[in-house]
Design a protein around this ligand. Sequence first.
Ligand code: G3H
Length: 271
Amino acid sequence: MTTSTNGAFDRKPFIAGNWKMNMDHVQGITLLQKLAWTLSDAKHDYSRVEVAVFPPFTDLRGVQTLVQGDDLDIAYGGQDLSQFDSGAYTGDISGQFLNKLGCKYVLVGHSERRTIHNESDDVLNAKVKAAFKHGVTPVLCVGEGLEIRQAGTHVDHTLEQLRAGVSGLTADQAAELVVAYEPVWAIGTGEVAGPEDAQEMCAAIRAELEQLFGADTAAKTRLLYGGSVKANNAAAILKERDVDGLLVGGASLDPAEFANIVRFESHLVTD
Ligand SMILES: O=C[C@H](O)COP(=O)(O)O
């Protein structure tokens, strides 16, 4: 059976749930257990679609214990990391600590970090490098606010964030990197960017990566879309050629809904 999705063939689709500041460590375990059961009941094939969750830091040890104890094929990661390795940085979390907890990924530069915590492109570039240094794959988030979208400069703006974020990376690192395009106006608003908007930006990001690192590398980097993704719009977005996965916020807190997003292939038209 073949499906009409494109990225699924070239790059393994990646569906990630960002829990943001929701779910204490007890609630987090329950959510993850329900997600694993739902996907198991649906006989989800993890070799076709990778699944990851990004819980709050305080949940990570419990998540690690559950994933290891039940031998779950679900990856997990932190929602942020420090650009520093260790020391007098109160409240910060080192990439080394995330690695030690079995985190495969870490979000870098989510729009809520950029806007609420004023994280600059330079700091985010240092965080991307810190993640690689500690053996954790960064998921670099980029995207424009509403005013920039309305001014029509969203591609330039997003590519500027991208260039700053990947500055100084090797081609191997760029190939491993995951980039999430999240238009800020579509986050938590119910305003989902259309599949063609997601494709326009992901194609531009891939072209930029090609300029910077070469075509072979750019063909490997996975590009996600995030912003008001639900089970009923996921498949249409993932059919786009350059969209390789989704970064899901609110809908990832509902295990049935998130499992349906993970199983987007069952909603695609098959030929
Ligand atoms: O990290 C996830 C994004 O911010 C999207 O959040 P959302 O799905 O609630 O719009």
